[in-house]
Design a protein around this ligand. Structure first.
Ligand code: NAD
Length: 209
């Protein structure tokens, strides 16, 4: 089944499975049962079996799952064999933290270009990543075949920067700003809001503990 056709909730869990299978592989483990996997990734085993069933019968009763088989399978489906370059716009407090964080260690993603308007950092290397001026956004996205942009600019700048990134051909935006961006249908936006996550956590602790 093509990855576009699997349910969104399943697609979201694939990187979690993938990361854990890599750990098992590095530890020299050859097989794992869905119950063991469930404990490790905190997803119930029925869900795991259903998720895996979208890709055909990958496990054998009484044997569990072959770690290398699964790993190869996920590698293909998640495109892990190809390094994906993404860009970051807005090298401030949050931008720096994300540049510093080495995505590439645990995934096939790396931030290969950053953009800002601040004369003090434009045309410098920050945390190992070159920072370009905004007027080079379109050209760099094209040259480096970047399809995803991480947005960490002040909220008042968010829509304008988004419009420029969309004009430059991006297909996905990881939006850290509190603004709900307006984009064409073909562009996907993933919003990240740490305050929201924290409040949800506190709500669950207050109400269900
Ligand atoms: P910051 O002021 O430290 O950094 C913003 C950077 O963007 C600066 O380097 C600035 O020069 C640059 N910039 C400004 N206008 C620009 C433009 N038009 N084009 C390119 N670069 C531009 O801000 P911060 O604390 O890093 O926060 C950045 C954004 O992230 C804000 O929108 C903030 O609300 C948001 N934020 C979100 C979360 C979250 O949980 N989602 C957490 C913290 C901050």
């Amino acid at each position: 089944m093509a990855v576009e056709n699997i349910p969104k909730a399943t697609a979201k869990r694939l990187p979690i499975y993938y990361r854990y299978l890599n750990i098992l592989h590095d530890a020299g483990k050859n097989r794992i049962s869905s119950t063991e996997l469930a404990d490790a990734v905190q997803v119930d085993s029925a869900t795991i079996r259903r998720d895996f069933s979208y890709f055909g019968a990958l496990g054998k009763r009484g044997y569990g799952y072959d770690v290398d088989n699964l790993l190869n399978f996920f590698k293909q489906i998640l495109n892990q064999e190809r390094l994906t370059s993404v860009a970051l716009v807005g090298v401030g407090n949050l931008g720096h933290a994300l540049l510093n964080f080495n995505f590439h260690k645990d995934s096939n993603v790396r931030i290969s270009a950053a953009f800002d308007i601040d004369e003090n950092i434009v045309n410098t290397i920050q945390d190992g990543v070159p920072v370009y001026p905004m007027d080079e956004l379109g050209q760099q996205l094209e040259d480096q075949q970047i399809k995803v942009v991480i947005l960490t600019v002040p909220s008042v700048e968010a829509q304008k920067v988004t419009d420029d990134a969309v004009a430059g051909g991006v297909q996905g935006i990881l939006n850290f700003t509190p603004i709900r961006l307006s984009v064409p249908d073909k562009v996907r936006v993933q919003n990240v809001d740490l305050t929201n996550e924290l409040q949800t956590l506190i709500y669950f602790i207050d109400n269900y503990s």
